[in-house]
Ligand binder design. Structure first.
Ligand code: ADP
Ligand code: MG
Length: 387
């Protein structure tokens, strides 16, 4: 499909109704677009706020046909939307990112092959699909992390293994699903790069953010990154731009990197959509990652985002609702909202569960030290571990 500019007033469609879809809908609506969300869940966070909610599975033809009928262009908020669904939509409407790009991001082995093809280093690894491959693993990959190639997120589908016996047991526990065994690397710190790329090849990026994971789930994002050096910044941005250009990517793409003690920069994984680590951009940048998702899919010019405040983002997991035991109780929002530069985002999820992403809190300030200091006060109020 041709990519002329889609004017405000048109309807933009999104596959998936989670929090990323919800924040996309907010950004699109701010620019005067109507919105349509496809998600089977009647209470999906994005479905609740969109103009149209198509309650349908990702592969149901009538639902896909309805989304096509409603939408001038379609994007995705969820990387596990089946490629076949995006292909069928693309026969009728511009779809960004496209099925081929999303398919690479759905498979860790394909993702690593894509990184390597564009000269971007990744962790030493082996693809595990047969018991012969388990037996043939090089000792050098242990201790390692066995990760399912598909459908993993927030460290689900991952096992840390120290020995061959643990590796074999972990693969059994994962039901012999196709996996990647990665060498466990000594991480100095983690950063991510979010780029937006237009159909015409224009690329802009956010300043790098530094990410702290706890139990494999993003817990804290800091911008500017306290540990980043100009050299690491340059290598990571160049790598992310090559990765995006290499698939003719259109849309917002996040690449996660490990920085090792020796300063080397290793790509971890990528997501074909705005990313949890970029949520601070809503409050600390003049243009957010969701604004750029709207711009990329509508063929609007991309402008380079500018960080106007230092920021710390804290993820708010469902655990916060169970601080007093099994009885669900809301966290002390009133006290949190008294903090200077506090921006509370809750996703409208009706029930809290441990490990479920319920919202995030961004603390903005004039300096990184002030943002950190206020974020530590928020941690104390919420019972989160300091960072
Ligand atoms: P997910 O898809 O769940 O985000 P990741 O592969 O990004 O899974 O892993 C989650 C986190 O686990 C990473 O951000 C990092 O903190 C840690 N991790 C993952 N792979 C490695 C590795 N090879 N070496 C050391 N730490 C790792
Ligand atoms: Mg990750």
């Amino acid at each position: 499909m041709s990519r002329s500019f889609i004017e405000p007033g048109a309807t933009l469609g999104v596959m998936g109704g989670g929090q990323l879809g919800r924040m996309f809908v907010h950004a699109a609506q701010q620019m005067g677009y109507f919105t349509a969300v496809l998600d089977a869940d009647p209470a999906s966070p994005a479905g609740l706020v969109a103009h149209h909610h198509v309650r349908s599975g990702y592969l149901d033809e009538p639902g896909l046909a309805r989304l096509v009928e409603l939408s001038a262009a379609i994007t995705t908020e969820f990387e596990n939307v089946p490629a076949a669904a995006l292909q069928s939509l693309a026969a009728h409407r511009p779809v960004a990112p496209d099925a081929a790009a999303v398919a690479i991001c759905q498979d860790r082995a394909a993702e690593k092959a894509h990184f390597a093809a564009h000269g971007v280093p990744c962790a030493p690894h082996a693809v595990i699909e047969t018991s012969q491959q388990v037996a043939a693993v090089s000792d050098d990959l242990l201790p390692g992390i066995l990760k399912t190639s598909r459908l993993g997120y927030d460290a689900k589908g991952q096992h840390r293994v120290n020995t061959r016996a643990e590796l074999a047991a972990a693969w059994q526990a994962l039901q012999q699903a196709p996996c990647v065994l990665e060498k466990r690397l000594p991480l100095a710190y983690e950063v991510s790069v979010i780029v937006a790329r237009s159909a015409g090849g224009q690329v802009v990026h956010f300043p790098l953010q530094q990410n702290l994971h706890r139990d494999g789930i993003l817990a804290v994002t800091q911008v500017p990154s306290p540990d980043l050096t100009p050299d690491v910044q340059q290598r990571a941005v160049e790598a992310a731009e090559r990765i995006a250009a290499g698939i003719g990517y259109v849309g917002v793409l996040c690449v996660e990197f490990f920085v090792l003690a020796d300063g080397s920069v290793v790509a971890n994984e990528m997501a074909p959509r705005p990313h949890n680590s970029g949520h601070y951009s809503l409050d600390a940048c003049d243009v957010s990652q969701f604004d750029l998702q709207v711009r990329a899919m509508t063929g609007a010019p991309l402008v380079a985002p500018r960080l106007h405040s230092a920021a710390v983002m804290l993820n708010l997991l469902g655990d916060l609702w169970f601080r007093k035991g099994d009885q669900e109780a809301a966290p002390p929002w009133r006290d949190v909202l008294a903090l200077p530069g506090a921006h509370l985002h809750l996703y409208g999820k009706l029930t809290a569960r441990r490990g479920r992403k319920m919202g995030h809190l961004t603390l903005t300030a004039a300096t990184p030290a002030e943002a950190r200091e206020t974020a530590l006060r928020a941690c104390a109020l919420l019972g989160l571990a300091p960072f």
